[in-house]
Design a protein around this ligand. Structure first.
Ligand SMILES: N[C@@H](CCC(=O)N[C@@H](CS)C(=O)NCC(=O)O)C(=O)O
Length: 218
């Protein structure tokens, strides 16, 4: 093992899912430690990560926090995480940055919970506007760059797909109103072996790790 990836409760931790997918896609040989998220600020997280947040990656002497920095670090090791072609790569970086910086209304109204069915909940004008923009991103990217496969840039599940995987999880849990193109993309992401592995591991987490604030939406 050449390091450690710290993540939060898999059922809820959307940023951890991004970091974990990136590390696994880049095939880094790291140990994983799950630090259960708490109802308030976590001392345990503050102890391991400079921001008190996960994901946090400690790899061969490099310490990397924040999912987008982890994406770039992993792509240095596995360049195919970004598309090879310049214009496609620019699109992948732009939509990943947009995801990383935004969609706050969606994230607040539809928190990730991999074990519940919240179909129809969480819809308000702001979250619906975020959903519409994401639907546009998926449709445009798939049309322009994704012809040869089911993912955003075609056949290979890359960094941009990893950045949007927790959004897909929210769309599934909340049955968000999306286009047929986005529905098909969401099904492909959900069926990816790493995403399935994460859902399976989330289902095995102790019920004691569940947090009322994410379980009491319905
Ligand atoms: N910008 C950060 C966000 C990380 C973040 O917000 N992580 C959440 C878990 S999903 C966290 O660690 N929250 C601290 C807590 O719940 O105590 C990233 O991209 O990695």
């Amino acid at each position: 093992m050449s390091g450690k990836l710290y993540i939060g409760t898999r059922r809820y931790s959307s940023w951890s899912l991004r970091g974990w997918l990136l590390v696994r896609l880049a095939r880094l040989d790291v140990e994983e430690e799950v630090i259960p998220l708490e109802a308030g600020p976590s001392e345990a997280l503050r102890h391991v990560s400079p921001t008190g947040m996960v994901p946090f990656l400690d790899h061969n002497g490099a310490k990397i926090w924040d999912s987008l920095a982890i994406a770039e670090y992993c792509a240095e090791i596995a360049p195919a995480l970004w598309p090879a072609e310049r214009v496609a790569r620019a699109q992948a970086r732009s939509i990943s940055a947009e995801m990383h910086a935004g969609f706050r209304a969606l994230r607040i109204a539809m928190p990730m919970n991999l074990g519940r069915n919240y179909a129809g909940l969480g819809q308000n004008p702001e979250s619906l506007a975020d959903i519409a923009r994401i639907d546009q991103i998926f449709s445009e990217t798939r049309t322009l760059f994704g012809a040869d496969g089911p993912y955003l840039f075609g056949a290979s599940f890359g960094a941009a797909d990893a950045m949007f995987a927790p959004v897909v999880a929210r769309f599934i849990t909340f049955a968000a109103p999306v286009s047929a193109t986005t529905e098909a993309y969401c099904a492909a992401v959900r069926a990816h072996s790493l995403v399935s592995e994460w859902y399976d591991l989330a289902a095995q987490e102790p019920p004691a790790w569940r947090l009322d604030k994410y379980e009491s939406l319905a």
